[in-house]
Design a protein around this ligand. Structure first.
Ligand code: GLP
Length: 222
């Protein structure tokens, strides 16, 4: 079921509540974290609540294959919006890295992800698992679809500057998370959200696999 919230502020505070409860009840939590415009309000909320992140371990869902020191990298995004504003230990915040088996082992070694926060692309991608991705995929390099490059070009000076490849957690990796929260904001996401959550479970719509997760909550605002 899609929970429709009244405003972006309500979406941000609702999801921040879930993360706050998780961290307070389980200080050693393992979180999978998203980027993009949708989670920005949630990160602001979390920072303002001055939570104790010192035992929390985070795994980012995906990264562009690009110079990580540029402002558009997801590493820069996370530093700016969360990590540099909390007491999280740098050694506890992980981005997908090579060898990918090492990254997967790190997730497994921490007994898996407790809470995974996801956004959704207009083509139904989650993390950077583009349409056609197998439901069993693990962390790997992917080619970005034309749609994703176009959608994400708003963060770059020109569309030519958008990386064409990324490293993403796989759908299999994501589905092993104990709890998943999917967030989406804006009219342009409503159709794909409905297709993903109420339509056929198909590789053409990667997010549709989430219908098979036993602990998923979906939050939307227009
Ligand atoms: C990028 C990210 C996804 C994210 C999506 C939606 O493509 N790799 O993880 O879900 O953007 O982003 P936005 O919230 O900006 O619409």
């Amino acid at each position: 079921m899609i929970n429709v919230l009244k405003s972006y502020n309500e979406l941000s505070s609702t999801v921040a509540d879930i993360v706050e409860t998780q961290i307070k009840e389980h200080p050693l939590s393992k979180l999978a974290l998203p980027t993009g415009s949708t989670p920005l309000g949630m990160y602001d909320e979390l920072v303002n609540r001055k939570l104790d992140w010192k035992s929390v371990i985070t795994f980012n869902l995906d990264v562009y294959l690009m110079n990580i020191n540029l402002p558009q990298s997801y590493q820069s995004y996370m530093r700016k919006n969360l990590f540099d504003r909390t007491n999280i230990y740098p050694d506890n915040s992980h981005f997908p890295f090579r060898p990918f088996s090492g990254f997967e082992d790190k997730i497994e070694g921490s007994k898996g992800i407790d809470l995974c926060i996801l956004g959704i692309g207009t083509n139904g991608h989650i993390a950077f698992n583009e349409p056609g991705s197998s439901f069993k995929t693990r962390t790997r390099v992917v080619n970005l679809s034309e749609q994703t490059i176009k959608d994400n070009s708003r963060f770059f000076d020109s569309i030519e500057d958008v990386p064409t490849q990324a490293i993403t957690m796989g759908l299999g990796t994501i589905m092993e998370s104990k709890k998943i929260i999917l967030i989406a904001s804006g009219d342009h996401k409503l159709n794909i959200l409905n297709v993903a959550m109420n339509g056929e479970v198909t590789k053409t719509v990667p997010a549709s696999i989430l219908q098979r997760h036993k602990d998923i909550e979906i939050y939307y605002c227009d």
